[in-house]
Design a protein around this ligand. Sequence first.
Ligand SMILES: Nc1nc2c(c(=O)[nH]1)N[C@H]1C(S)=C(S)[C@@H](COP(=O)(O)O)O[C@H]1N2
Ligand SMILES: [Mo]
Length: 303
Amino acid sequence: MKKLKSLEITPEKIYLSRRKFLAGVGAVTASLIISSGCERVNKVLEDDSPPPKSPLTGASKDELGNRLTSFKNITTYNNFYEFTTEIEVAGVARDFKTRPWTVKVSGQVRKEKTFAIEDILARFKTEERIYRMRCVEGWSMVIPWLGFPLAKLLSEVEPTSKAKYVKFISLRDPERMPGQKNLSFDWPYAEGLRLDEALNDLTILSTGLYGKHLRPQNGAPLRLVVPWKYGFKSIKAIVKIDLVTEMPVSLWMAAARHEYGFYANVNPEVDHPRWSQATERRIGELGRRKTMMFNGYAQQEVD
Ligand SMILES: Nc1nc2c(c(=O)[nH]1)N[C@H]1C(S)=C(S)[C@@H](COP(=O)(O)O)O[C@H]1N2
Ligand SMILES: [Mo]
């Protein structure tokens, strides 16, 4: 039996497993499902029965044995403030047009480039990555993304030695994104990663999920997915990627710096100023489960 000795929790030192979490990897016993004071655990809502499967690979679980969240839940329970601050994004975003669409990659690079979304879809081979996603507000899902490593796109523009961080910017268009008429936020939505985090193999740009193109509510046509960080880092509807020398300021840092930091690594031991981060609610299940250090993507030191 492996015993946990210690975990590295400083943001500067993330030991991530380089394993690819492709579908079909042998399931490990999920021992972290906790009950809310009763013996029956891991109860699920009818909507998750029979267990959802990826149509591409047939996978129904992540590498820890967590079952996939249903397509219905992934596409109807969302966070996307450009449309609404409510969870019901799908209806508001339904007619959002994602063509034409370009993504400009610039800044500290040798070969600045503007990609049409069609180029991105044709050029980068997508693979299925089943990742847990943990929102900072305490809910989580298991999502079979389609995507490709961000590192592949960055290598095409050849970052210079001055590039230390990557800044991501979402579309700003209040006519198409009604939530942007809410001026309490400094639009457009922006996020950032340190360059080494951006180049980590787990960091992907996603173009789909459950073998289908992304829906607007999930960030079509292109979003970031960084599975060991709180969900707000996984910026949607990206139009610009900038390689920069200084740590970028994200929308959430600008809105509430004392509540949302730049690194935002999932950490059950560091509470949000207004709530505990020790547990989470997996959408589609009753009760709460323990939140894992780095959302389960930290390599653990074992005896
Ligand atoms: N542009 C943009 N990206 C965003 C958000 C947003 O409001 N705008 N919300 C974030 C938050 S807080 C979370 S938890 C995830 C939710 O992704 P999902 O709706 O696909 O589950 O998207 C993130 N990306
Ligand atoms: Mo979130």
